[in-house]
Design a protein around this ligand. Structure first.
Ligand code: DGL
Length: 263
């Protein structure tokens, strides 16, 4: 077997602060069912979104290095908007030969779809404050107005499966966006800019977002991963195993994998 064919059989590494990245993993499993995947939930350091950039960057670098050293990954998916925002440039510089896919809030598709040209963006405080996000928003400023709301506590509530708190926070942050609907000056499109939030889509809909477009990034990330693997001739047609580990407690991870039927 050639070295390239051997490398194609290595797993894809995927990580997030916790279970949020499972919303990306779901799309990856659907798009690339024959790839082996190692998923790392950094539960010992979750949530990332209200922490120092330096800590998130250090964790992203550490987890990537461990995935390379211990699992010999052939590609990396950073299934976390916060870690992508603060660390992806450095990860690419450190590992130029490794195909790396990140996730960023879906502002571009949202701007293209919004009829009122007003888009709400729900994300972590760290993502919204990052230079990468500011630059993305700036590049689209002629296409739509973006109303950002940092959703402190929401990823943690989803992580803990705390149903009343998830409902309270979803309602609170939707209210903070301002008028929602199809009238001029209403927000008609909402970007779920944190990979945890798709797991609260139903709750958002029950609390005022029904009838609006809620945009997430799982499918585009999965398609981009396929494109990069194809270009590097690294697609696997014989695997399909999922290994999921947590750096701290794995209770949420095991529960979420079973609950969302991800295998
Ligand atoms: N799921 C992550 C994101 O997409 C991080 C959430 C958090 O840990 O605060 O931003």
């Amino acid at each position: 077997m050639t070295a390239l064919a051997q490398l194609a059989h290595q797993p894809i590494g995927v990580f997030d602060s916790g279970i949020g990245g499972l919303s990306i993993l779901q799309a990856l499993r659907a798009e690339l069912p024959q790839e082996d995947v190692v998923y790392v939930a950094d539960s010992a350091h979750a949530p990332y979104g209200e922490r120092d950039e330096a800590l998130v960057r250090e964790r992203a670098l550490r987890i990537t290095q461990d995935l390379i050293d211990q699992h010999h990954i052939k590609a990396l998916v950073v299934a976390c908007n916060t870690a992508t925002a603060v660390a992806i440039a450095e990860l690419r510089a450190l590992h130029p030969a490794l195909p790396i896919v990140g996730v960023e809030p879906a502002l571009k598709p949202a701007a293209a779809r919004s009829r009122t040209h007003r888009v709400g963006v729900l994300a972590t405080r760290a993502t919204l404050a990052s230079a990468k996000y500011r630059a993305l928003q700036m590049s689209l400023q002629t296409e739509a107005a973006f109303i950002d709301v940092p959703c402190d506590g929401l990823a943690a509530a989803i992580e803990a499966d705390n149903t009343p708190e998830i409902a309270r926070l979803c309602q609170h942050y939707l209210t903070a966006l301002g008028p929602l609907g199809q009238k001029v000056d209403d927000i008609d499109t909402i970007v779920l800019g944190c990979t945890h939030y798709p797991f609260a889509s139903k709750v958002f809909n029950e609390n005022g977002a029904s009838g609006l477009e809620l945009l997430e990034s799982g499918a585009p990330v999965a398609r981009q991963t396929r494109r990069l693997l194809e270009a590097a001739q690294l697609l696997n047609t014989q695997g399909g195993e999922l290994t999921a580990v947590a750096t701290g407690s794995d209770t949420s991870l095991r529960w979420a994998l079973a609950h969302w039927r991800i295998a």
